[in-house]
Design a protein around this ligand. Structure first.
Ligand code: ADP
Ligand code: MG
Length: 185
């Protein structure tokens, strides 16, 4: 299936989740995530602020803060992303594409990021990711040396056997769903 058809299908399916299901599945995913050795070992973790029924990350933020980690969120500038340190969720305000973004000025270099958590519309069993079609994360990691671990969060229905992949698509190290943990390295 071409990328654009898969995006539509996944977005449509995800938008049909009820608030209760979204919360319940997000809780399962986040509780698995916070026990991962990769999370426990990470000092600097990049999260995302969910939109359109993406897996929630508020619990990851809360747990990370409690463990004394530095937490970053992406901000769009032009065709690029930068990652800004945030100490309270209230520092996020609606930005590009209706996504909550940090307003602070503490932009953290990619070389300092130990673990980056990525949203997506679909993922495959080989570690590939399908985003909304703008290639922001692909571009970010093409512009800097690959560093730290890249981890996707998804609901089970978003996992497919094989995604169409282009040469610029980044490869993930881990994927967490409500029932499974996939390691690609
Ligand atoms: P997504 O990763 O959001 O699903 P795609 O992988 O389909 O989106 O990429 C979307 C667009 O971004 C493509 O048209 C692609 O050419 C462009 N793109 C991605 N990475 C780069 C890059 N490193 N340099 C230039 N264009 C890029
Ligand atoms: Mg891509």
């Amino acid at each position: 299936m071409p990328k654009h058809s898969l995006r539509e299908q996944m977005l449509e399916h995800r938008c049909r989740l009820t608030a209760a299901t979204l919360q319940q599945l997000s809780d399962l995913i986040q509780s698995q995530f916070v026990e991962l050795p990769e999370f426990l070992a990470a000092d600097v973790v990049a999260l995302y602020a969910p939109v359109r029924n993406e897996v929630a990350t508020a619990e990851l933020f809360r747990a990370g803060r409690k463990m004394g980690k530095r937490l970053l969120f992406p901000r769009v500038f032009g065709k690029h992303l930068e990652f800004v340190e945030v100490s309270d969720w209230s520092e996020l305000h609606s930005g590009a594409f209706g996504i909550a973004e940090p307003t602070g000025s503490n932009v953290v270099d990619s070389a300092a990021i130990d673990l980056m958590v990525l949203p997506g519309l679909a993922f495959d069993r080989r570690g590939h990711r399908l985003g909304y079609g703008k290639g922001y994360y692909d571009r970010y990691w093409q512009q800097q040396p690959r560093h730290g671990l890249l981890l996707g969060l998804a609901f089970d229905f978003q996992v497919v056997d094989r995604l169409p992949v282009e040469h610029h698509d980044i490869q993930l190290d881990l994927l967490v769903t409500e029932t499974s943990l996939l390691r690609f390295v």
